[in-house]
Design a protein around this ligand. Sequence first.
Ligand code: FAD
Ligand code: AMP
Length: 475
Amino acid sequence: MSEAYDVIVIGAGPAGYPAAIRAGQNKLKVACVDEWKNFDGTYAFGGTCLNAGCIPSKALLESSELWQRAKHEFSAHGIAIGDLTLDLPVMQKRRASIVKTMTNGITALFKANGVVGIQGHGRLLPGNRVLVTGADGAEKTLQAVHVVLASGSTPVRLKTVPHDGHYIVDSWNALEFTEVPARLGVIGAGVIGLELGSVWRRLGSEVTVLEAMEQFLPIVDAAIAKEAQRHFNKQGLDIKLGAKVSAATVAGNAVDVRYSDAQGEHTLQVDKLVVAVGRRPFTEGLLADGTGVRLDERGFIEVDEHCRTGVPNVWAVGDVVRGPMLAHKGKEEGVMVADLIAGHFAEVNYRVIPSVIYTAPEIAWVGQTEQQVKAGGRAYKVGTFPFAASGRARAMEAAQGFAKIISATDDDEVLGVHVIGPMAGELIGEAVLAMEYSASTEDIQRTIHAHPTLSEALHEAALAADKRAIDGINR
Ligand code: FAD
Ligand code: AMP
């Protein structure tokens, strides 16, 4: 007889592992199957986010930011430290050890919540059975009442830019460089391209970012995108807009990149080329014939707002389904599904999902951009507050950027909050909570914010929306 579970989760990334943990907390018998292998061949839970995405990128962003500050900003504090040396192997060892600690943490969380963690490939068979192929090739079939598909995503590759993992690389390879490339090319000025470009620029690379679109960061509020572009240019990131890459070839120890823009055809020579042109849902080997699970035209598993696939008791969550490819969005979906399976009420509020770009200055937002609000036709008011007027930001030598709030004129509803500046990713949490609780702009105005903190910028922006800012001039 095959092993039987209430719930089997395929994929232990930030969507799958929380689904398994919550199922365990709901006293369901649960297994979570994951096939992630690192470059050294070892299995690890945590998926893209912990092994090759959110966590290692933030480790390197932090280290490179400290390097940058030590080099260029300490002197403003009156701290002279003489010649600085960069020890990239130590920096990379730290990154790897953070990843290891975090991924090992999932094994411990599985144990504490009664989740059976299985390392190997999972394939959904008809009848809610899962065929598991272990590291040694041994196969076993598990029976489940419910199956949660959380197989994630993988980088998009360009046919004419052949990946070789050494000269032409993806975002994962670019997090594990063992030397600082003298000349780095990045295709794609999206979130991942900008974060990776920032890391290596700070550590000394000459970075050129080639972006096919004419508009910089179109997903971001236009005023924030403009401010970001100004800072990135100042930092020496050479961002070429309207530059469409047509081909790349490795020649000797370098890569020749061909691209075209309004001026014509160009060739750029770099030492490493990172392809960061987006991610696609990953479902290879996941679905046997006859399961009935449907994919849409872009390869995402089709689901409703509760992540039901339409096949009874088969659910799908995270990057493999529609919606923003963000770890926290997948986590909430995983938790929702595990609660729905247990018969509890659960939902995900897709209107209130924060986004963060971990550059310096950081960029974070929730809700609609001013352009979206305008297009929607609702009357609105805008309040902004510059970090230049924040005592705390000044004390941190980080008085760059601003906070912006967009609110409805009729009922004071907060429609969108956008921050570019120090710790924007942390600051946005307040706005997310405000919107989740349907707070009005006046509620934020009446909330006491500690002084001096960066959070006062949001308070003052909310006041400015009604021309009642205290620490800024109301226009
Ligand atoms: P994944 O994390 O991709 O996990 C899926 C898991 O399923 C993998 O371990 C995979 O091996 C396994 N799997 C797939 N198929 C099978 C199968 N058939 N059998 C067994 N196992 C299988 N998001 C943020 O929110 N914040 C960030 O700061 C951020 N930074 C990022 C930086 C980079 C460089 C990258 C690449 C991504 C970043 N992301 C970030 C995006 C984030 O990593 C993803 O949104 C998130 O990992 C999606 O989670 P998931 O669980 O859906 O999929
Ligand atoms: P994102 O989807 O946010 O990760 O961003 C990926 C970016 O890559 C998008 O802004 C695309 O316009 C850009 N892109 C995709 N293909 C190319 C290409 N061939 N040349 C230059 N930029 C590209």
